[in-house]
Design a protein around this ligand. Structure first.
Ligand SMILES: [Mg+2]
Length: 374
């Protein structure tokens, strides 16, 4: 199917899972010869990279793929990479590439009448375990623990909490209070629910402080500790690894397959987070996932944005035998629930993997217009 048209849509939305903050994302639509459309998304978060990535798609990458056959999506990924040689090794160029690559995969699936997971080699599971990935906003430890227990009550068998976020929770500011928090959560959710702590970039531990913190958390059985040190402090990660028994998750700040190859070669990360809306799209995600599988490490889809990325990430996760859980926002976000016809949801702690063509969701263009940046 020939690619006839490429459009980019910078969107703004209110995120109830992040203290009603305004966040941004980029959607890209590619149209094939028969009028069929594919959709892709980049996790741009702030307004200026959203607008800049939209301009890179419209003014640069669109011309690379127009008139080409969408079935050649990986050759088109290479062609986009070649086009970006001077500005695109990381950063905003990667956002643009990621969204367009995802849209091309969606269109290819629709052109061939096949779900994305089948184009990628096939799903290894019919469903994935749902993890509630939350930025809590309660002032007291009791209220925070009760909120997380409520999520477990909704069926989630895994809960991830971000430290250093906006709002009243103040997690990551006081080590003793943080330890009390982890203990209270474990008591509230019981022994059978996986609990992960995501330290977040605003919390600044040095290595030995991180060792003390994680050893404290380990008494309450956390499934993994995420980004406990600055992402580029690889020597620190190796020192921490030798001093704790909890798996370390990291990687969401990386941009390219090559970045991940170097991370894997250095032995960093037991669980590696990869965002298809940032790290070279669906093509990049699958390449990293296969490197991780060959290295005996786990992959986790970082996809805390809109419904298109969530749908694509679900397919990717289902093709990865080395995944553990699949993260969802616990509160109904407008870009998860209003923007598409069939939002990805958990039922009883599981998310079913779809067999409809492409990524399995259609964007509601009226909803899209409501969220367009002005
Ligand atoms: Mg994280």
């Amino acid at each position: 199917m020939r690619i006839n048209r490429v459009d980019a849509f910078p969107l703004a939305y209110t995120e109830p899972n992040d203290c009603d903050s305004t966040r941004h994302l980029l959607l890209v639509r590619v149209e094939g010869a028969s009028g069929v459309c594919g959709w892709g998304e980049a996790v741009t978060i702030w307004p200026e990279p959203t607008l800049a990535a939209a301009e890179i798609v419209r003014g640069g990458l669109a011309a690379v793929v127009l008139g080409r056959e969408v079935e050649d999506v990986e050759a088109l990924w290479l062609a986009q990479r070649d086009h970006m040689w001077w500005y695109g090794d990381s950063g905003i160029g990667c956002f643009a590439l990621s969204a367009l690559d995802m849209a091309l995969w969606d269109l290819k699936g629709k052109a061939l009448g096949q779900p994305l997971h089948r184009l990628l080699g096939g799903k290894v599971t019919e469903r994935v375990r749902a993890c509630a990935s939350s930025h809590p906003n309660k002032a007291t430890i009791d209220a925070l623990a009760a909120e997380l227990a409520d999520m477990a009550g909704q069926g989630y068998t895994a809960l991830k909490v971000g430290f250093g976020k906006k709002g009243a929770a103040r997690l990551g500011q006081d080590m003793r209070r943080d330890l009390d928090f982890v203990a209270a959560v474990r008591a509230a959710i019981g022994p059978d629910v996986d609990f992960m702590v995501d330290i977040g970039y605003k919390v600044r531990y040095e290595v030995m402080q991180a060792v003390r913190v994680v050893r404290g958390f380990e008494q309450h059985d956390i499934r993994w500790i995420e980004d406990p040190l600055p992402y580029e402090d690889w020597d620190g990660y190796l020192r921490l690894r030798d001093a704790i028994q909890t798996p370390i998750a990291t990687g969401e700040r990386l941009w390219t397959v090559n970045d991940y190859r170097r991370l894997i070669e250095r032995g960093i990360g037991d669980i590696v987070l990869v965002d298809a809306g940032r790290a070279e799209g669906v093509t990049g995600w699958q390449r990293v996932s296969r490197l991780l599988h060959a290295a005996g490490r786990h992959v986790n889809a970082h996809a805390w944005s809109g419904a298109v990325l969530t749908a694509a990430s679900l397919h990717l996760t289902a093709t990865a035998p080395n995944h553990i859980i699949f993260e969802l926002k616990p509160k109904q976000s407008p870009v998860q629930f209003d923007l598409v016809d069939r939002p990805v949801e958990q039922h009883g702690g599981w998310v079913e993997v779809r067999d409809t063509p492409g990524i399995g969701v259609e964007v509601d263009e009226a909803a899209l217009k409501r969220h367009l940046m002005r």
